[in-house]
Design a protein around this ligand. Structure first.
Ligand code: BGC
Length: 897
């Protein structure tokens, strides 16, 4: 029985029922729940927006719009006032003109004007020094509620980190709020519905502050990079049932005390003295007579902006995989716990002991042969927590608040012999980007690789895409994020995350238009990030546009991107970027490539990488201009891109198909960005393949080349070579680390080798996602699910698996903006079986990797007569067709190549 199409999963700017929206025209999206009905699609919609849950359309009625759009539909109604709620629902008509309706959802405006923030920035007077931290201030106030509360909203932010409490309860479950932004320009705030936390009569509001990125250690720098003390700004707005309101703000009436958090630092760790805990500090009846008045700080005069991306949350807990290993040391033994997974977050400690006893926790990604922690690669990051027991005979439990660590192993030191069985639990923290993709295949090592990629992503997508989560670095390195962004968007829903980070990038843009190496930018790191790093500014938003059809992201940042391209043009010499004659930073080369005889930049000429990336970014900005219908700019940047290509050909390519530097990366970039004339491409491919084969099917590429390498090989007909690289188990290869027990992606191909042991301790992270960029190839080519760039956001899919190598099956699934996509194939007994799901309201072009004469059926029906198919075409090597929405099970005769 056919199910009518019904709109579900209503989202506003990627979030379900968000608060704190500033956008005057937020974008509305929904999915169609249709079961697997073939050809299910929407033919029209109507959006009704009202001030009341079941009210009439007093804010907006789109009217019946004949359209199949279900994502990114801009709200076109009356502007909302600050903290006004808009209720919305969707009516949708399907292909048979049957109407169905969603249940109502809402979004709510935030505090829209800076001037509406009526409170003061408050905190404690004590400040730490460049190396010494100060204890975390606790802040509180009390207020009276005399009438019946209809609704209450908390708007809060901090310079530093805050955790807000109301009447003994923690508000929300977000971690490290308000998040990390370019604090010199802006800080984010959060909005919470706190209606249920208020009581009639006396109420208490309070917050604990931490140093965080704002005044703790940042990267390898000393403390106090942005400021000296954490400060809170908050506003609690109560609306009573009679319509009147009451506003409580942070002001001089608040009081402060230090409590148990003696020190906290994102890089070094946290120290908690449980004897100093302030029981009931967030309750109205608490005696705060010993507390001091807060210090009021000058308004920092920066923007207070809405939260655009997902905040950090605890998303999973891990138990050690074996009993801890005891190492006898004087004066007390230490225990080493193995979490079984290199993870990012904190631990929950459960201990029993005497008051004043100190437990020290140290964290590391790997261990030495004798089982002790290997911490040299953490550089100066202490990654150490201290817990001082209060001596509760029933045992005591503690989790840090304002720090995180990258670790698989936890060392517990300073505890007598009676360890409790659940002494350590790992709490996984990251920006809450729900999983959208899965990939699996017949090779367990590749499945472990996929798991390592996803864990690397989770650990490093923490407020900004960081390079690594453990050493004293943890910065938003642009090159790493750029190569990985497409893979990231497969694994998880990162639309909001990259929207937020793009704002950080624009904030970090230099006055002349240059884009940095890291965003947020910090002093000492190049302001012009140079090739492949700065270019993240153009590549990431374009990737998000392809994956989520997010035009608004392009529109918001378009001007900043044209300034970036113009800057590169200015700095180039004859359109050669990073020309040796120019004075600007020539970039990080093909970072960590193995063709450079120990040189971290590799051997690919920096001006070749520079000019290739310049051409690529320029072509992306030209495409953005087309999408945004800015024809004048489109023509300008298309022409510029063509001129850069010409300059590239003149300088770097020979008529014989050699590319300067003769490195794999030189060939890969030339081919990937279409920089060579069409006729030259086969010759370039031959050189690339020759180089790989001459090295017994090994790669030499670094951060820049590695991500494009497999795509280039399969695109130009040599998927067989890409599979050889994928299956390669000797280093350098993707699987080498896997065979050595890695559970995340390593920074270097040779982070540890049997021959040489650990690589240079100064730069050897075991959780660096950059080489995980192979993930996009696993999904797009092995499983065979890709985007049609002309119809982005998976509105039209390209399904074209290229089975190969030693694989006998592969399965990729994706929760796309339109619903679940599946492509799963299996080869057995002379048959190729292919299961495909095309979500409702989308279409797909499908390519069967079988010769035209193969017999193909769908279920029991021969292909030509199967329902939902059209335009079936056969060639010597493949059969192609168009698919409408639905679930299909194809079988084809298969002859091994
Ligand atoms: C980071 C990298 C980054 C690089 C720039 C390193 O310290 O960890 O991932 O991209 O510097 O070359």
């Amino acid at each position: 029985m056919a199910t009518p199409t019904s709109p579900v999963q209503l989202r506003c700017n990627y979030f379900e029922n968000p608060l704190g929206v500033h956008d005057a025209t937020p974008r509305l999206s929904w999915r169609l729940a249709t079961g697997d009905r073939r050809g299910a699609r929407q033919t029209a919609y109507r959006i009704v927006v009202s001030t009341a849950r079941s009210g009439k359309a007093d804010l907006w009625d789109s009217g019946r719009v004949r359209s199949d759009a279900t994502t990114q539909v801009a709200y076109g109604g009356k502007p909302l006032a600050s903290h006004q709620r808009a209720w919305w629902k969707v009516e949708s008509w399907d292909e048979k003109n049957r109407r169905s309706e969603s249940t109502p959802s809402f979004w709510e405006a935030g505090l829209l004007a800076r001037t509406e923030w009526r409170g003061s920035w408050i905190g404690a007077a004590l400040a730490g020094g460049p190396e010494t931290g100060a204890p975390s201030p606790y802040l509180r106030t009390i207020f009276n509620v005399g009438k019946k509360v209809a609704s209450a909203r908390l708007f809060a932010t901090a310079l530093g980190l805050y955790e807000f409490h109301l009447n003994g309860e923690r508000v929300g479950s977000d971690v490290f709020t308000p998040g990390w932004t370019e604090y010199k320009k802006r800080v984010q705030y959060q909005s919470y519905d706190v209606t249920s936390l208020l009581r009639p009569g006396a109420n208490a509001a309070g917050a604990v502050l931490g140093d965080g990125w704002y005044c703790g250690h940042l990267g390898w720098r000393e403390r106090n990079y942005y400021g000296e003390r954490p400060q809170l700004l908050a506003q609690l707005v109560l609306t009573f049932t009679d319509g009147s309101t009451q506003t409580i703000v942070t002001d001089g009436a608040w009081k402060t005390s230090f409590g148990p958090i003696v020190e906290s630092d994102m890089i070094h760790g946290e120290a908690h003295d449980a004897r100093r805990e302030l029981r009931g500090w967030d309750e109205p009846g608490y005696d705060d007579s010993a507390w001091l008045p807060v210090t009021k700080f000058a308004d920092p005069a920066i923007e207070i902006s809405p939260t655009l991306g997902p905040l950090v949350r605890a998303t999973q807990e891990l138990k050690p995989i074996a009993p801890p290993v005891k190492i006898d040391l004087w004066p007390a033994p230490i225990w080493v716990f193995d979490m079984g997974q290199n993870m990012v977050g904190r631990v929950r400690l459960h201990v029993r002991g005497k008051a004043g006893q100190v437990v020290r926790l140290r964290f590391a990604e790997v261990i030495n042969k004798d089982g002790s922690l290997y911490t040299e690669n953490l550089r100066a990051a202490r990654q150490t927590d201290h817990y001082i027991l209060r001596g509760d005979p029933r045992g005591e439990t503690w989790e840090s608040k304002f720090t995180f660590h990258g670790f698989r192993y936890v060392e517990l030191n300073g505890h007598a012999d009676d360890l409790l069985p659940d002494a350590i639990t790992g709490v996984v923290l990251h920006s809450d980007t729900p999983r959208t993709g899965t990939f699996s295949c017949s090779d367990p090592l590749i499945n472990q690789l996929q798991s390592n990629i996803d864990w690397g992503q989770r650990g490093n997508f923490l407020e900004v895409p960081t390079d690594c989560p453990q050493r004293n670095e943890r910065l938003g390195w642009m090159g790493d994020a750029q190569v990985f962004s497409r893979t990231a968007a497969w694994n998880r829903d990162v639309a909001g995350f990259f929207n937020k980070w793009q704002r950080d990038i624009s904030d970090a843009q230099g006055a002349e238009g240059q884009m940095p190496s890291v965003a947020p930018h910090i002093k000492g790191v190049e302001q012009d990030g140079g090739p492949a790093w700065a270019d993240a500014a153009a590549i990431c938003p374009w990737t998000m546009y392809l994956c989520y059809a997010d035009q608004a992201l392009l529109a918001t940042h378009f001007d900043s991107l044209t300034r970036f391209i113009d800057y590169m043009e200015d700095q180039s010499k004859g359109l050669i970027r990073s020309h040796p004659d120019t004075k600007v930073w020539h970039g990080y080369g093909d970072w960590l490539a193995l063709d450079g005889s120990g040189n971290v930049f590799g051997n690919t000429p920096k001006d070749l990488i520079g000019t290739a990336m310049f051409a690529y970014s320029t072509s992306l900005v030209a495409k953005m201009a087309r999408v945004l219908k800015r024809t004048k700019e489109a023509v300008h940047y298309e022409r510029l891109a063509a001129r850069i290509r010409q300059a590239y050909q003149d300088r770097f390519l020979t008529a014989d198909g050699l590319a300067a530097g003769l490195t794999q990366t030189s060939y890969v970039l030339t081919l990937s960005f279409d920089l060579a004339p069409v006729a030259l491409r086969p010759k370039l491919m031959r050189e690339l393949v020759r180089d790989i084969e001459a090295r017994a099917n090994k790669l030499t590429t670094g951060f820049v080349g590695a991500s494009y390498l497999p795509h280039v090989l399969s695109r130009f007909g040599r998927a067989d070579i890409a599979y050889k690289l994928l299956h390669q188990k000797a280093w350098p290869s993707w699987l080498y680390a896997v065979t050595q027990g890695a559970t995340t992606i390593w920074e270097r191909w040779d982070g540890w080798t049997k021959e040489n042991g650990f690589q240079d301790k100064g730069m050897n992270s075991f959780n660096h996602y950059a080489y995980g960029a192979i993930g996009s190839w696993l999904y797009a080519v092995v499983a065979g699910v890709d985007i049609d760039p002309a119809t982005p956001g998976f509105k039209r899919l390209v399904l074209a698996p290229q089975p190969g190598g030693e694989l006998t099956s592969a399965r990729g699934t994706l929760q796309s903006p339109h619903g679940q996509i599946t492509s799963a194939w299996k080869i057995s007994a002379g048959r190729f079986e292919w299961e495909v799901t095309v979500p409702a309201n989308t279409t797909a072009s499908a390519r069967f990797p079988v010769p035209g004469k193969a017999k193909i059926s769908e279920g029991r029906t021969p292909l030509a007569r199967a329902a939902g198919l059209s335009a079936v075409k056969s060639s010597v090597s493949a059969v192609t067709c168009e698919l409408s929405a639905g679930h299909y099970k194809f079988t084809a005769t298969w002859k091994a190549a």
